[in-house]
Design a protein around this ligand. Structure first.
Ligand SMILES: *Cc1c(COP(=O)(O)O)cnc(C)c1O
Length: 405
């Protein structure tokens, strides 16, 4: 007798603080018990026999290839803008420069809207639409706003975005061109968040803020599944990842737990490293002090707009990942990010965003400290395209630009 495949979708949502459960088939924000992020749970034991790595052969090269562990039930909400399954690029010359032998760049700049925010928002907007939201809103440092705008446009759902006034101009233009309602304010993403919260209450919009709804993490976690597939059924020794709100780090860690439950991997895990900007490093500081939660960062400043997040609701989840993985946090100055954008470009052919540059800058620090060893397999995440930051200084410092003529 053959067992029928399980129905699509989640079984329930779970509070990441206390483990209390709640229903998954209604719009949900943070947990009702602790007001903390919710995780989506699936019946992995039932999924397991039908969702083996060979089952992925021949599937679409996008994140919907993992649909068994994604929450969307009605396939008409699976968008087709090309989200996910980005290249994992071997970069031997950059590796040699860093004193490492095996380095890859996960090139997230090739996602729709030029950043990995597309993964999270593809899922969050799809679920909001599937569960009946009429309009959605979010604060953003920029890239989440344009990704939400794109998926709102694809699914016919109005999107309201609030960003800091100094968000890179290409991103502002992109949000407008994608038809979203855009508000620019003098302030940081946390100030944008307050404005969104008021508007959401006033108008009944659904709030898509990072980790204040359960589904962005589900989109981001697909990066973990992809690493496994693209490294021929293993995981790297270390992942170096630029962290703002933290959904990528938290999502990949969740993917690894699911993959173990599915029988794809054992208990081995990559060491996870969070990279932040020297003048906005709440998670790195909390990690260095051995804290379980992070104090908000005062006077946050960095040109890497995705890292300008002084306070994150998922702070305790990020810190848990760094501890449990045996990884850590590294803060790097903007000048080092800019230098590494130039070196990555010249060594690999990838035009990295500042946040991507930050991962190489951090790898250099980790090698110097002996934390990354020469034979470690290391994945650096370039989370967005450098094209989105053109016009910002210092995108590439003058002394690293080739002479003209
Ligand atoms: C948002 C963003 C980040 C930070 O990602 P989180 O998953 O929120 O930590 C990093 N890089 C870029 C380009 C971003 O847009």
């Amino acid at each position: 007798m053959t067992i029928p495949p399980p129905a699509r979708g989640a079984t329930h949502l779970e509070c990441t603080r206390c483990g209390a459960t709640q229903e998954s088939e209604r719009l949900a924000g943070v947990s009702g018990c602790c007001e903390k992020p919710l995780f989506v749970r699936y019946d992995l034991d039932r999924i397991r026999p039908h969702f083996r790595p060979p089952d992925l052969n021949g599937r679409r090269p996008d994140l919907w290839r993992y649909e068994e562990v994604l929450p969307v039930r009605d396939p008409s909400f699976q968008t087709r803008l090309g989200e996910g399954f980005t290249p994992l690029i071997a970069v031997p010359r950059l590796a040699a420069r860093l004193g490492l032998s095996r380095v890859w760049i996960k090139e997230e700049g090739q996602n729709p809207t030029g950043s990995f925010k597309a993964r999270g928002l593809a899922l969050a907007v799809a679920r909001a639409a599937e569960l009946g939201a009429k309009e959605v809103a979010l604060p953003s440092a920029g890239n989440a706003g344009s990704a939400a705008a794109a998926y709102g446009a694809a699914l016919g759902l109005p999107v309201h975005v609030v960003v800091p006034a100094d968000t890179p101009a290409p991103i502002v233009e992109e949000i407008r061109a994608l038809g979203a309602d855009l508000k620019l304010i003098d302030g940081l993403i946390t100030d944008c968040g307050r404005i969104v919260q008021e508007a959401v209450h006033a108008h009944g919009w659904f709030d898509l803020s990072t980790l204040k709804e359960p589904y962005r993490v589900e989109g981001k976690k697909t990066m973990g599944y992809e690493l496994y597939e693209q490294l021929d059924a293993r995981l790297p020794d270390a992942i170096v990842y630029p962290t703002g709100g933290g959904t990528g780090l938290i999502g990949m860690w969740k993917a690894f737990e699911e993959m173990e439950r599915l029988g794809w991997i054992g208990s081995e895990r990559p060491r996870m490293f969070s990279v932040q900007a020297e003048c906005c490093a709440p998670i790195v500081r909390a990690w260095e002090q051995g804290m379980e939660e992070a104090e908000p960062w005062e006077n946050a400043e960095t040109y890497a707009s995705g890292l300008r997040v002084p306070r994150a609701i998922g702070d305790f989840l990020m810190l848990r990942v760094l501890r449990e993985s045996g990884g850590g946090g590294v803060a790097v100055p903007d000048s080092a990010m800019a230098e590494w954008v130039a070196r990555i470009g010249a060594d690999t052919g990838v035009f990295a965003c500042p946040e991507g540059g930050a991962t190489a800058a951090a790898a250099e620090v980790l090698v110097a400290r002996g934390i990354l060893r020469p034979d470690d397999e290391v994945v650096l995440f370039n989370t967005g395209s450098g094209l989105k930051y053109v016009g910002m200084t210092p995108l590439v410092p003058a002394h690293l630009q080739p002479a003209e003529g």
